[in-house]
Design a protein around this ligand. Structure first.
Ligand code: BMA
Length: 329
C-alpha cells in the first residue's frame, strides 16, 4: 500500500512545456500604441544593433493591417514604438495590397547585409506573398509579390543552399491531395521562385494539424538541422484552434524533412490567448536565438489581439525534436 501511495505521489501527469510564457504577458497590446489601433499581433522579429526589433501587424478599425516597428533593449519592456506606421500598404502601386499587409517574417541575409521581410499582401485576389528588403528598418526596398495567389506564411532561409535561395510558403490546398500544406521553392535572385515541392503535409482526421498547416517563424539554423516552427489548425464546433509543432530539416538539403513532432508543443491556454478578436489563436511569425544563453524567444500574436512572449532552451527543443519520429520522404 505504501509503495502504491509513493508511486501516486511521484507520478507527474502534466506535459512538459518546452516554451515558458513570460509573466509580463501580453507584452504589447493596442493600448501601448502611440496612435489609435484595433489590435497588434503576429510580429516578425530579429536582432538589429543588439536590440530586439519587432515588426508588428497592426490592424486599424477598417480591418486593414500595416506593419509597425517596436524596438527594445531586452525584448521585454521599454518598447520604442514608431509614432506612425513603419511600412504601409501601397495600393496605388501594389494593388495586391488593397486590403492591407499582414504577418511579416524577417530573415537576416548576411550575404547581402540586409534583412528580407516576407509578408502577406491582401486584396480581392486573395493573399499573396510579397517581399521587401531593408538595411535599417527605416527604408524599405519593395520587390512586390513573389508568388501568385493564394499563398502566405512565407520565410526565406538565411543563406543560399546548394547555390540557391530557399523559401518556405503555404499555397492554398488542391482537391487532389486534400489539405493545405507547407511547400518550399528555390530561386537565384529572390524574385523568381521555382521547383515547388511539398515540405510538410497537413495530416488528416483527428490530428491537431489536420487539413491546414503553415510556417510560423523563420527557419532557425542549428547544428542538427533547420528547426522549423509551424502552426496547425484544428477545426472544431467552437471554431479554429491554432497550435504549434516542430520539424527538423536536413541542413544541406532542406527539402528533406528529418523529424516532425506528432504532438503540438504550444497551444492557447491563457485568457489572453483564448479571449480576443480570434480566441484560440497563438500565431508566432518570428523567434530569436540568444547565443550567449542558448535561449530561444518566440514572439507571438495571441487571439489576434496582442503580442506575447515565450522562451525555450534551444538544447531542449533539439532534444525533443530528435526524439520525435523520423519522417520517410
Ligand atoms: C490565419 C492568418 C493569421 C491569423 C490567424 C487567426 O489564417 O490570417 O493572420 O492570426 O488566421 O485568425
Amino acid at each position: 500500500m505504501q509503495h502504491f501511495e509513493t508511486r501516486l505521489k511521484s507520478y507527474d501527469n502534466t506535459y512538459k512545456e518546452l516554451f515558458v510564457r513570460h509573466h509580463n504577458n501580453p507584452i504589447l497590446s493596442a493600448k501601448d500604441w502611440p496612435y489609435p489601433v484595433n489590435a497588434v499581433f503576429n510580429p516578425g522579429v530579429t536582432l538589429f544593433q543588439n536590440k530586439v526589433v519587432l515588426l508588428a501587424r497592426v490592424e486599424d478599425r477598417r480591418g486593414f493591417s500595416h506593419l509597425a516597428k517596436a524596438v527594445s533593449e531586452n525584448g521585454i519592456v521599454n518598447w520604442m514604438i514608431d509614432s506612425q506606421p513603419t511600412f504601409e500598404a501601397d495600393p496605388q502601386n501594389y494593388p495586391e495590397e488593397a486590403w492591407g499587409i499582414e504577418d511579416p517574417r524577417i530573415t537576416r541575409l548576411d550575404e547581402l547585409d540586409k534583412w528580407a521581410i516576407t509578408y502577406t499582401a491582401f486584396s480581392e485576389s486573395g493573399p499573396m506573398v510579397s517581399l521587401a528588403m531593408t538595411k535599417d528598418f527605416h527604408e524599405f526596398e519593395r520587390f512586390g509579390p513573389i508568388l501568385p495567389p493564394e499563398d502566405k506564411d512565407a520565410a526565406i532561409f538565411p543563406r543560399k543552399i546548394g547555390g540557391r535561395w530557399m523559401l518556405i510558403h503555404r499555397p492554398m490546398g488542391a482537391s487532389v491531395k486534400p489539405g493545405t500544406h507547407i511547400w518550399a521553392s528555390s530561386s537565384d535572385d529572390l524574385k523568381n521562385w521555382s521547383d515547388p515541392k511539398i515540405l510538410i503535409p497537413a495530416r488528416a482526421g483527428a490530428w491537431w494539424d489536420a487539413n491546414k498547416v503553415g510556417l510560423s517563424a523563420q527557419p532557425l539554423e542549428t547544428p542538427d538541422g533547420w528547426l522549423i516552427l509551424y502552426h496547425g489548425v484544428r477545426q472544431t464546433a467552437a471554431g479554429s484552434i491554432y497550435r504549434l509543432g516542430l520539424a527538423l530539416l536536413d541542413l544541406e538539403d532542406p527539402f528533406k524533412i528529418l523529424r516532425r513532432s506528432d504532438e503540438w508543443i504550444f497551444g492557447p491556454q491563457e485568457p489572453y490567448e483564448k479571449e480576443g478578436d480570434v480566441g484560440g489563436a497563438v500565431f508566432p511569425c518570428g523567434w530569436i536565438l540568444d547565443i550567449a544563453t542558448g535561449k530561444v524567444r518566440m514572439y507571438y500574436g495571441a487571439a489576434d489581439s496582442c503580442i506575447a512572449l515565450a522562451t525555450a532552451n534551444l538544447s531542449e527543443l533539439l532534444d525533443y525534436i530528435k526524439s520525435c519520429p523520423e519522417v520517410e520522404t
